[in-house]
Design a protein around this ligand. Structure first.
Ligand code: ATP
Length: 402
C-alpha cells in the first residue's frame, strides 16, 4: 500500500493544500492520503487566538472530505493524541509500526522541503518515507527544488519526487487569516471550511447567523453535511428556484429552504433525538424507529432557531420528506425539487420532471405514489402523512390527477 502523509498546521486548511494533495495522489498513485494536522508544530508558534485543536481537526476533516474520495483521503488526529511537540519523525515511526509493509510518502510545499535537513531526525524521516514536494507560488523555482532533492539524496539517501503543479494556488494560511479578518479570502477556502469558520466565529469572521446572505448560508449548510451530498443540495436549490419562478412562489425563500433542507441529515439517532428533545418535537411510533424521517423535523428547527428562517421555509423543510395533506406552495416546491433535482436518477424521474412544470399537484401526487410503492416493495412501513398527501390531492383534484 502507498500511503501519503500531508502534515501542517492547517490554520486553516485552504485550496493550496487541496490542489497539491490532488496532484500528489495521482502522480504518486497513492492508495490512501492522510492529512495530519500538527498539535504543537515544532517550527512555528501557533497564534494565541488560534482555534482549538478539535476545531482545526474538524476543518481538516471537512477539507479532506471535499476531495470526494472517502475511505481514500481523510484526516488523522494522531498528533493530537500524542503528547508533546508534533515531530514528523515520531509520526512516521508510529505509521511505520502500524503499517509495516506500507510505502510511506511525505508531501510538502517548497518552504518545508528547502529546510528539511534542519528538522529533527531528517535521517529517520528520509529512511521511513519518500518525500514529495511541489511549488507553492509561481516564483518558486523548480531548479531550487531539484537541487535540494539532489542534496537530500546525497546526504541521507532520500527518495524524492518533485512535482510541477499545473496551477499554483498562491496563498498561505497566514495571509488567509488576515484576509478573512477583513471580510475577504473566501475564494481560497473550500465552502464547507468557510461555513465552519462562520459557524464558529473563527479568525475574526463574525456574521449574525440569522441574517446570512445566500453564499454564507450555503457554506454553513455544506459544513454540516458530507461533501458527497453537496451536489444534491445545489441541485435542489436550483430546481426549487426554477419551480418558484414557474409557479409564482418566493424564489429567495425557495432557495433558502433548499439550501438548509438536509442540514441535519448526518446526525445519528442520538443526535436527532437530542434535537427533538431540545425543540419539543413529538415523534410518532414510526419516526422513533426511522432516523431518516427525523432530519426534516430537526432540520426545520435548526433552520429557524439558528439561521432565523421564516415560517414558510420552516414548514417546507419540516414536511419535505413525507409531505402532508393540504400542502402550501413552498412545501410542494421543496418536496418535488428534492425528489427530482438534476442529480437524481431513477426510473420515472423524467416523467416527474415534466409534470412538475405542467401540473405541480399531479407531480407531488406522483412523487407520493412512487414513495409509497418503493417502501412497499422494500417491505418498509409507509408514513401515513405520505398517504394523506396523495389522498388529499386526489380528493381535491377529482378527475384531473390519477
Ligand atoms: P502558514 O501561513 O501558517 O505558514 P501554510 O499556508 O504554509 O501556513 P501549513 O499548514 O503550514 O500552511 O502548510 C502545510 C503544508 O502545505 C506545507 O508543506 C506547505 O508547504 C504546504 N502548502 C501550504 N500552502 C500551500 C500552497 N498554496 N500550495 C501548495 N502547498 C502549500
Amino acid at each position: 500500500m502507498k500511503l501519503g502523509i500531508y502534515g501542517g498546521t492547517f490554520n486553516p486548511p485552504h485550496l493550496g493544500h487541496l490542489t497539491s494533495a490532488r496532484l500528489a495522489l495521482d502522480a504518486l498513485g497513492l492508495d490512501e492520503l492522510r492529512f495530519v494536522p500538527a498539535a504543537a508544530p515544532p517550527h512555528k508558534a501557533m497564534p494565541a487566538d488560534a482555534p482549538a485543536p478539535e476545531e482545526r481537526l474538524a476543518m481538516v476533516e471537512l477539507a479532506a472530505d471535499g476531495l470526494l474520495m472517502p475511505g481514500r483521503v481523510g484526516a488523522s488526529d494522531m498528533e493530537f493524541t500524542r503528547p508533546g511537540k508534533s515531530y514528523t519523525a515520531d509520526t512516521l515511526e508510529q505509521l511505520h509500526a502500524q503499517y509495516p509493509g506500507a510505502e510511506l510518502w511525505l508531501l510538502m510545499g517548497t518552504d518545508m522541503f528547502l529546510t528539511l535537513q534542519n528538522w529533527r531526525e531528517p535521517d529517520v524521516i528520509t529512511r521511513l518515507a519518500g518525500v514529495c514536494t511541489f511549488a507553492r507560488t509561481a516564483s518558486d523555482s523548480l531548479e531550487a527544488l531539484n537541487a535540494q532533492a539532489e542534496r537530500l539524496r546525497r546526504a541521507f539517501g532520500a527518495k524524492t519526487r518533485v512535482l510541477e503543479l499545473p496551477q499554483v494556488v498562491d496563498v498561505s494560511s497566514t495571509r488567509l487569516r488576515a484576509l478573512l479578518a477583513e471580510g475577504e479570502g473566501q475564494q481560497y477556502l473550500p465552502p464547507a471550511v468557510y461555513g465552519y469558520i462562520i459557524r464558529h466565529g473563527l479568525y475574526g469572521v463574525h456574521w449574525d447567523l440569522k441574517r446570512l446572505p445566500d453564499r454564507e448560508l450555503r457554506a454553513c449548510s455544506y459544513s454540516m453535511i458530507r461533501a458527497k451530498r453537496i451536489a444534491h443540495v445545489q441541485g435542489a436549490e436550483e430546481e426549487a428556484a426554477r419551480l418558484a419562478r414557474r409557479w409564482g412562489a418566493d424564489e429567495a425563500h425557495a432557495r433558502r429552504a433548499a439550501i438548509l433542507h438536509d442540514c441535519t441529515k448526518y446526525l445519528d439517532m442520538d443526535g436527532q433525538l437530542q434535537l427533538c428533545a431540545k425543540y419539543g418535537i413529538v415523534l410518532d411510533d414510526l419516526e422513533r424507529q426511522a432516523v431518516k424521517l427525523l432530519h426534516a423535523k430537526t432540520g426545520a428547527c435548526v433552520a429557524r432557531d439558528v439561521y432565523g428562517v421564516s415560517g414558510d421555509i420552516y414548514d417546507a423543510i419540516f414536511w419535505h420528506t413525507t409531505g402532508k395533506a393540504d400542502m402550501a406552495l413552498l412545501e410542494k416546491i421543496l418536496y418535488i425539487a428534492d425528489y427530482m433535482e438534476p442529480t437524481r436518477d431513477f426510473p420515472g424521474v423524467e416523467r416527474l420532471r415534466e409534470l412538475a412544470y405542467q401540473d405541480l399537484d399531479a407531480a407531488v401526487c406522483l412523487g407520493c405514489e412512487m414513495s409509497i410503492q418503493e417502501m412497499e416493495e422494500r417491505g418498509l412501513p409507509v408514513h401515513p402523512n405520505t398517504v394523506k398527501a396523495r389522498d388529499w390531492i386526489k380528493s381535491h383534484r377529482k378527475g384531473t390527477v390519477n
